[in-house]
Write a protein that binds this ligand. Structure first.
Ligand code: NAD
Length: 252
């Protein structure tokens, strides 16, 4: 039996075209939410939205580059006009790239911060304003284990995700009085098009053997379930928290 925790709720998911964002949208839709899928890539987005609609989901889509504040303003205004509210924000869109610290070009540094941190801020702030007016909501920001501990080759990514962790805690402190809960999810190694573009299967096998107690990488669904928990009535006294979903990796 599918639990339907999100009947009559409106959920916005960024980066919903593939990977973890798609799994989050799929989970919210399966549990009854009206899901608004946003992604910078229209090709991925329309295919992803069509597949959820075919499965019976109540979904709509908006092309959106989260790093462009004016696009965020326009999309949130459109959603406010069409749905009247946003109950849940899965602030997931992000990018990653492996580069030695001394070789990162300024432009690459800026793009990483623009998408992963500035974009997270633009979307979270605009949605929060709507949630304050409507009297509550749940925001889940996508961080990473790389926002909690360092990893060589990812200085810009780690800095952006560390920023997301403290953005989350500060938002939780300021928005609690308005009935808005703000949490972060910190995944470890999850198999998605993003991680597959960085590591070969051999590298992943070695990584699992060396670093992951549960002896497998995570799936997008492993992460989507935690987003759903944090958005649900089961998490009504949880805010400012960062939940690690890493198969035990940070236990070392
Ligand atoms: N895969 C992992 O191992 C892992 C681990 C920790 C955290 N994360 C985080 O999870 C999130 C999703 O990662 P994923 O692995 O599913 O990646 P992915 O590349 O498979 O999917 C990311 C989606 O975000 C979209 N996107 C990229 N830039 C965007 C922008 N500027 N505006 C709107 N959409 C944009 C992409 O088009 C894509 O559909 C990211 O924030 C990532 O940092 C991933």
């Amino acid at each position: 039996m599918t639990v339907r925790r999100f009947d009559n709720k409106v959920a916005l998911v960024t980066g919903a075209g593939q990977g973890i964002g798609f799994a989050i949208a799929e989970r919210f839709a399966a549990e009854g939410a009206r899901v608004i899928m946003a992604d910078i890539r229209e090709d991925l987005l329309s295919e992803a939205a069509a597949s959820l609609r075919a499965a019976g989901g109540d979904v709509s889509e908006h092309q959106l580059d989260v790093s462009a504040a004016e696009q965020v303003d326009a999309v949130i205004a459109e959603i406010a006009a069409s749905c009247g509210r946003i109950d849940i924000l899965a602030n997931n869109a992000g990018i990653a790239k492996e580069e030695p610290f001394v070789e990162i070009e300024d432009q690459q540094w800026r793009r990483m911060i623009d998408v992963n941190l500035n974009g997270m801020f633009y979307v979270a702030q605009r949605v929060s304003r709507l949630m304050v007016q409507q009297g509550g909501g749940a925001i889940i920001n996508m961080a990473s284990t790389n926002g909690l501990v360092g990893e060589a080759g990812y200085a810009h990514y780690n800095a952006s995700k560390g920023g997301v962790v403290l953005l989350t805690k500060t938002m939780a402190i300021e928005l609690g009085k308005s009935g808005i809960r703000v949490n972060a999810v910190c995944p470890g190694y999850i198999q998605t098009p993003l991680s597959q573009s960085i590591d070969s299967p051999e590298t992943v096998e070695r990584y699992i053997e060396q670093f992951i107690p549960l002896r497998r990488t995570g799936t997008p669904q492993d992460v989507a379930g935690v987003f759903a928990f944090l958005a649900s009535e089961d998490a009504t006294f949880i805010t400012g928290e960062c939940i690690v979903v890493d198969g035990g990796q940070l236990s070392f």
